[in-house]
Design a protein around this ligand. Sequence first.
Ligand code: MEV
Length: 334
Amino acid sequence: MGTGRHPDYVSGVKETAIRASASGKVILLGEHAVVYGRPAIAIPLSGLRAQATLIPHPGPFHIQAPAVGIDAPLSKLPPDHPLARIVYLTAEHIRRPLPDALLRIESEIPVASGLGSGAAVSTAIVRALAAWYGVPADPPTVSALVYEVERIYHGTPSGIDNTVIAYEQPVYFIRGQAPEPLPVGATLHLLVADSGIPSQTREVVEDVRRNWEAEPTRYEMLFERVAEEVEKAREAITRGDARALGKRMDANHKLLQEIGVSAPALDRLVEAARRAGALGAKLSGAGRGGNIIALVDKSTAERVREALKTAGAVHIWQTDVEMGPAPLAVPGPS
Ligand code: MEV
């Protein structure tokens, strides 16, 4: 990446302040199975962002994150605190001292909702520190640094969250491989609805692991069936066939129920969206709480939004995945 290639991520000059941002994300299909080597598809939520601002400030490096009640010198945070960890990792990676600065973190992305708030904050911090020193921060490098912090939050993450956020484009992802950009045959309209119930990714992922260990054959079969849905969805997205994609999303939700990560509140939102005319709907992210996504067309979007509100959604965001060929230049893995 570097500040030159994505100037929209970074603004300001070092003498005043450097501000960088990163998007949230949603998983379109394939969550959980992706931890076990199956493919998944994720998209950035470019309208929902975390910001990191470095403000010149004498004295030791200081962090302010008002949303989580942090206003302290970096040295006062435990070194494995996610905010401290990404700062140390980045400084080490770019081989620069910590700047004489105050780092202020702000985010519009709700926490514990499966929208990638932790990975977005980490990504914004890497970009801000790299920009301060004018060193490149290409997506594979940013993704790898953020992955280290994701491990603190999530235990055994697949890496899909840091990848889609660092690349900020729709991706087809298999753990351990370079992400593939996704050509989109027709613009997709999605509603993301928050159940208001926290989703603790780490706990849900650990729970699925325990179940997989107890019933490996059954879980492997479920993950295989998820993988089949992801492959069919990928083809539908490329052809621009929203109706077919909706069916794959419905099937993926059913499999997530069988995997054991849905919840009555999520099922209610999914049902409400479908009844109001959504082409498909499913939970998104780790589950048990957090968000559902509904694929809509322009004529039904408003009706589905109203139905989701009535069914208890506490926030609803609309996002479009724009039609277009896959971006040409996706750098390889670092
Ligand atoms: C979390 O956004 C997605 C999960 O598949 C976990 C992971 O991929 O690390 C539930």
